[in-house]
Design a protein around this ligand. Structure first.
Ligand code: HEM
Length: 407
């Protein structure tokens, strides 16, 4: 079990039997394939997320070894401005300033637009007759929402997708090929350049959008610098779309493959909010968060030495039977549901209200519009990545005759 391949076809398709075995037999163990401690029980993952001895600064060490004046160094400097890679007190300051403009605006200002965009996307799907739930709904919705929120042209969304895809390996720490690393560095620089222009535009002409709000964000003594606004825009765009795509895609897949749960949702659409939470728990988009031991730490009989990587496995914690009754059952009425799909503690996902509201808008309207919606095939392909979990495509079909009628 020590060197299990989390990316084997079997574990990509369904990692949960392996995680269950880990929780039972070696809840905290070293995996030399990934050079990381694997932490699997809810109680330990929660401890890890709260532990000041575990650092979020995964970029600092790389930065120290990057040659001065290179594109690689510049790219890492930009990434080091992302709050998700910072520890207190820098993290505390940045998060406070960003939260001021982001949290309330994100959901209250945009709720009506989210419903409108979902309606437009469903119209297009209806016209097609058969569609791909990932490509046609789960992907475009979050990108359109975050672009509108920031004040970036929605028509640039294919660029955002390309850059985000290219950045993923560097953010998730898996540079297996030098060419991918070079592409990632290039994408970071292009992304920053794009936002630098956008920020300059709104510095000169403030508008009612998030970029302008970030520029204005200040408290009595402090404000975000130009570079911090750029770094934050990149982070929001990167963090805000693929994760939400995967929440909608994974959740819809499990609803469609659990007919009795789907019937409950159709009979009582008010269950949509709980169905979003259960989707985050049962097969959420964030499988693992990574930390670095900043000091010697003991977790049970495991000893983390300074500098060692620690994988806090949310996907496993969310199926822990010490916390959840019948954890392998997908139950859209589950309440309370103390999942940690959005993390926990000081780095708890800043975009959680936005992601919840987008997924809710889809789950509440998709099955009303297409009551006969069904999967074209039972098996789906999962993205071959370590830290997140998402379906590559989800072809679905519906019969034209019973649209709009609750079955
Ligand atoms: C279902 C969708 C989402 C999931 C599952 C998710 C998951 C997470 C997780 C697990 C963390 C904590 C990372 C850590 O502890 O190292 C996090 C942080 C963060 N997320 Fe999300 N996220 C989602 C959507 C969003 C959205 C829509 C946005 C913004 C538009 C966003 C912005 C952020 C930011 C800024 C942070 C960093 C917070 C900090 O470091 O204090 N996320 N997210």
């Amino acid at each position: 079990m020590h060197d299990d391949d989390l990316l084997s076809p079997e574990n990509l398709r369904n990692p949960h039997p392996l995680f269950a075995r880990m929780r039972r037999e070696r809840p905290v163990h070293w995996n030399s394939r990934y050079r990381a401690w694997i932490v699997t029980r809810h109680v330990d993952v929660l401890r890890g997320l709260r532990d000041p001895g575990l650092s979020s600064d995964r970029v600092g060490a790389l930065l120290q070894t990057a040659a001065p004046g290179t594109a690689g160094r510049q790219a890492l400097e930009l990434l080091s401005g992302w709050m998700v890679f910072k520890d207190p007190p820098d993290h505390t300051r940045l998060r406070k300033l960003v939260s001021k403009s982001f949290t309330s605006r994100a959901v209250t200002h945009i709720q009506g637009r989210i419903d409108g965009i979902v309606g437009e996307l469903l119209d297009r799907c209806e016209a097609k007759g058969r569609f791909d739930l990932v490509e046609d709904i789960a992907f475009p919705l979050p990108t359109m929402v975050i672009a509108e929120l920031l004040g970036a042209p929605v028509s640039d969304r294919e660029r955002f997708r390309t850059w985000s895809d290219e950045i993923s390996p560097i953010v998730f720490g898996s540079f297996d090929a030098a060419s991918r690393r070079t592409a990632a560095e290039g994408a970071i620089l292009n992304f920053a350049d794009y936002f630098s222009h956008l920020v300059r535009r709104y510095e000169a002409n403030p508008c009612d959008n998030l970029v302008s709000a970030l520029i204005e964000a200040r408290d009595s003594r402090d404000a975000l610098s130009h570079d911090e606004v750029i770094a934050t825009c990149m982070l929001l765009l990167f963090a805000g779309h693929e994760t939400t795509t995967n929440l909608i895609g994974n959740g819809a897949y499990h609803l469609l493959s659990h007919p009795e749960q789907l019937r409950r949702l159709k009979a009582d659409p008010a269950l949509a909010a709980l169905a979003v939470e259960e989707s985050l728990r049962f097969d959420g988009p964030s499988k693992i968060v990574v930390r670095l031991a900043a000091q010697r730490l003991e977790y049970g009989d495991a000893v983390f030495e300074p500098g060692q990587r620690v994988f806090l496995v949310q996907a496993s914690a969310n199926r822990d039977d010490e916390v959840f009754a019948n954890p392998d059952e997908f139950d859209i009425g589950r309440s309370p549901n103390p999942h940690i799909g959005f993390g926990f503690g000081i780095h708890f996902c800043l975009g959680a209200p936005l992601a919840r509201s987008e997924a809710h808008a889809v789950f509440a309207s998709l099955f009303k519009r297409f009551p006969s919606l069904s999967l074209v095939q039972d098996e789906v392909a999962w993205e071959p990545v370590l830290l997140s979990r998402g379906i590559l495509s989800l072809p679905v079909t519906f019969s034209q005759s019973n649209q709009g009628v609750l079955s």
